[in-house]
Design a protein around this ligand. Structure first.
Ligand SMILES: Nc1ncnc2c1ncn2[C@@H]1O[C@H](COP(=O)(O)OP(=O)(O)OP(=O)(O)O)[C@@H](O)[C@H]1O
Ligand SMILES: [Mg+2]
Length: 569
C-alpha cells in the first residue's frame, strides 16, 4: 500500500508517488498473461516450417530472424514477467546456443497450464512443487533415452549441425555450411583424458555481404578486417614470422604538458632526428627478432611505417584485442608488450599472410598456421540482412556441435523427446500424492506444446498428429517424432534429425525455473520510474491492469499525504 495511517490518523508513506502495486491473483494473472504473449510471439517461428520475424528498432534498422533469443532481444519488452522470459532465451543462448524458442514456448505453456490449476484453487506453491519434481523427472527420462556417440565422430556431428540449421534461412545450404561448422569446431577442440572441451571464442566469425552463402569459407587461421598500412609494404608474405605487439610504434606523449623552446632550425632538425632515431630503434628491434610481419594492437607512426616498409615487413595496426588473443592461439606466437622482450621464439608462424580484396575492403588473411587452435569462418550472403541471419544460424550450429562434443549424448528432434518425457511423466505422476499430481500432469501437457507448435506451424492437424505420436511412443517407438518436412509422423533418427541432450535438458530446466519463479510471485510493485506510461503498448495484456489503476491512485494519495478511507492502522 502506498500510504497507511497510524492510530493518530497520520499517513505512513511507503511507496513513492506514482508507484503501482498489484497483489495476489491479479499479480499472477498479469504475469501469466504477459508471459503468454511473449511465448505466442515466438511460437510461430518454431521448427523448419516456422515463420521469420521482421523487427524494426527505434532507428529504423530492420532485422529479419527466426532465432528466439534475437527476436526477444530486439523487441525490448517492458513488462517484468515478459522480461523474465527474455532472460531465459538469453541464458539458453549463452549456455547451449540453440533451443531458445523452445524454452520460451515451454515456459509460456507451463504458465498457461498453471493458470487453469489456479482457477481450480490449487495453490501456486503446490504447482511449483509439482513442476519442480516433474522437471527433474523429465530431465532424468531424457537422459535414459539419450544415446551415446563418439564425441569426434564427424558424421554424427554433421547431422547435429545440420538439424540446427533446418529451422533457419540457411537450410538450403545446410550440407555445405555444416561441413564448415564441424571442421571449425574439430580444429579448436582440445582433448584431455578422452574428454573434449571447445572454446567457441577460438572460432572467429567474419561476415561480408556479397556473393552467395555457398561461397562462405573456413580459414585455418585468422582474417583481420584491416588493411596493410603502407603501400610500400609487401601485400603477401610466405613463411610468415609474426610479431604480435601490444605496444604502440609511436613516440609516447608526455602526461604533463611540456613546452620546448626551439630557437634555430638546427635545434628543430635534431629534435625531429631524435624522434626518428627512437622510431628506428623500435623497428630495428623488430627486424632483429627476424619478424617479417607485424600485427600491432595499437598505432604505428608514419615514420615507423616507412622503416618497416623499407625492411620489407608487412604491418597491420589497431588489431582488436580479441583478435590478438586468437592470433596468438592460431600462430603459436606471444603477444609482446615491451619491444625489448621480443625474440625469435615469441614470433607466430603462418604459411601465408596476404592482403586480399573482400568486396570493397582490403582484409588481411593469416593462413596455414601450423596447429591452428583458432580458425575463422568467413560468411557470405547476398545482402547484409541475410548475412546477419547466416551468422546467427552459424552461432547456433557451432554451439550444438560444441555441446555434443562436451556431452556426447543425443536425442531425436521433431518433438520426439518432449512427447516421450510427457508420456513418462503422466505414468510417474500417479505416484504423487495430493494436488502435486495435477501439477505434474499439467507439466506433461505443457511439454507437448513443442510437438503441437511444430505440427501447427507446418499446417498439420495438431490433434491427429499428437495422438498418433503418443500412441506410437507408448508402443515403445521412442525415436518417433514429427517430420515436418514430410508432414508425417516417423522415425526421426533415420531421418537424421538429432539434437544434443544438453539442449533439451537446458530447455526444460530453464523454462520450469522461470515458470516456478513467476508463479511464486504474489505482489508486483513498480516504482514510478519503471511504471510503463501506457501499459497496453508495453506488453501489458489487455485487462492486465485490472485492479492496478486503483493502486496507482493510492500511490498518488500517499504522496499527497492524504489518507484513503479505511486505511487507519
Ligand atoms: N526436419 C525436421 N522435422 C521436424 N522437426 C524438426 C526438423 N528440424 C528441426 N526440427 C525441430 O525444430 C525445433 C527447433 O526449432 P527452432 O530452431 O525454430 O527453435 P529452437 O531451436 O527452439 O530455438 P532457436 O530459435 O534458438 O533456434 C526442434 O524441436 C527440432 O527438433
Ligand atoms: Mg534451433
Amino acid at each position: 500500500m502506498s500510504a497507511q495511517a497510524t492510530k493518530a490518523s497520520m499517513p505512513v508513506v511507503i511507496l513513492k508517488d506514482g508507484a503501482v502495486q498489484s497483489k495476489g491473483r491479479v499479480a499472477q494473472k498479469n504475469n501469466i498473461a504477459a508471459a503468454k504473449i511473449i511465448a505466442e510471439i515466438v511460437q510461430t517461428s518454431l521448427g523448419p516450417r516456422g515463420m521469420d520475424k521482421m523487427l524494426v528498432d527505434s532507428l529504423g534498422d530492420v532485422t529479419i530472424t527466426n532465432d528466439g533469443a534475437t527476436i526477444l532481444k530486439e523487441i525490448d519488452v517492458q513488462h517484468p514477467a515478459a522480461k523474465m522470459l527474455v532472460e531465459i532465451a538469453k541464458t539458453t543462448d549463452n549456455e547451449v546456443g540453440d533451443g531458445t524458442t523452445s524454452a520460451v514456448v515451454l515456459a509460456g505453456a507451463l504458465l498457461e497450464q498453471a493458470e487453469s490449476l489456479i482457477t481450480q484453487d490449487v495453490h501456486p506453491t503446490v504447482i511449483v512443487d509439482g513442476y519442480r519434481k516433474a522437471s527433474k523427472k523429465a530431465i532424468q527420462f531424457l537422459s535414459e533415452i539419450a544415446e551415446k556417440i563418439t564425441p569426434n565422430d564427424k558424421s554424427s556431428l554433421l547431422k547435429i549441425a545440420k538439424t540446427s540449421m533446418q529451422t533457419k534461412l540457411v537450410r538450403k545450404d545446410s550440407v555445405y555450411l555444416s561441413e564448415l561448422v564441424v571442421k571449425a569446431v574439430l580444429a579448436v577442440a582440445e582433448s584431455k583424458n578422452e574428454k573434449f572441451s571447445v572454446d567457441i571464442d577460438d572460432i572467429k566469425v567474419e561476415k561480408k555481404a556479397g556473393g552467395s552463402i555457398a561461397s562462405s569459407i573456413i580459414i585455418q587461421g585468422i582474417v583481420l578486417d584491416k588493411e596493410v598500412i603502407h603501400s610500400g609494404m609487401p601485400s603477401t608474405i610466405h613463411d610468415g614470422k609474426i610479431a604480435l605487439l601490444n605496444s604502440a610504434l609511436e613516440i609516447d606523449k608526455t602526461e604533463t604538458e611540456a613546452k620546448i623552446n626551439i630557437s634555430n632550425p638546427q635545434q628543430m632538425k635534431s629534435f625531429l632526428d631524435e624522434e626518428n632515431r627512437i622510431l628506428k630503434t623500435m623497428v630495428d628491434k623488430i627486424i632483429a627478432s627476424g619478424a617479417n610481419v607485424v600485427l600491432c594492437q595499437k598505432g604505428i607512426d608514419d615514420m615507423a611505417q616507412h622503416y618497416l616498409a623499407k625492411a620489407g615487413i608487412l604491418a597491420v595496426r589497431r588489431v582488436k584485442e580479441s583478435d590478438m588473443a586468437k592470433l596468438a592461439k592460431a600462430t603459436g606466437g606471444r603477444v609482446i608488450t615491451n619491444l625489448d622482450d621480443l625474440f625469435e621464439k615469441d614470433l607466430g608462424l603462418a604459411e601465408t599472410i596476404q592482403e586480399r580484396k573482400v568486396e570493397e575492403d582490403n582484409w588481411v588473411f593469416v593462413e596455414g598456421c601450423k596447429h591452428p587452435k583458432s580458425v575463422t569462418l568467413l560468411l557470405r550472403a547476398g545482402s547484409k540482412r541475410v548475412v546477419d541471419e547466416v551468422e546467427r544460424s552459424i552461432h547456433d550450429s557451432l554451439m550444438v556441435v560444441r555441446d555434443v562434443m562436451e556431452l556426447p549424448l543425443i536425442v531425436a528432434g521433431g518433438g520426439s523427446p518432449e512427447t516421450f518425457a510427457a508420456t513418462k511423466i503422466r505414468g510417474w505422476s500417479k505416484s504423487l500424492e495430493g494436488r502435486e499430481q495435477l501439477a505434474a500432469e499439467k507439466f506433461a501437457d505443457a511439454l507437448e506444446s513443442i510437438p503441437i507448435a511444430l505440427a501447427e506451424n507446418a499446417g498439420m492437424d495438431s490433434i491427429n498428429t499428437l495422438t498418433s505420436l503418443r500412441s506410437r511412443q507408448i508402443k515403445g517407438e521412442k525415436w518417433t517424432g514429427i517430420d515436418v518436412m514430410k508432414s508425417k509422423v516417423g522415425n526421426m533418427k533415420t531421418s537424421d534429425i538429432i539434437e544434443p541432450l544438453a539442449v533439451k535438458q537446458q530447455i526444460i530446466s530453464a523454462a520450469s525455473e522461470a515458470a516456478c519463479m513467476l508463479l511464486r510471485i504474489d505482489d508486483v510493485i513498480q516504482t514510478a520510474a519503471s511504471t510503463p506510461h501506457n501499459a497496453h503498448d508495453d506488453g501489458m495484456p489487455p485487462g492486465g491492469m485490472d485492479g492496478m489503476g486503483g493502486m496507482g491512485g493510492m500511490g498518488g494519495m500517499g504522496g499527497m499525504g492524504g489518507m484513503p478511507p479505511g486505511m487507519g492502522m
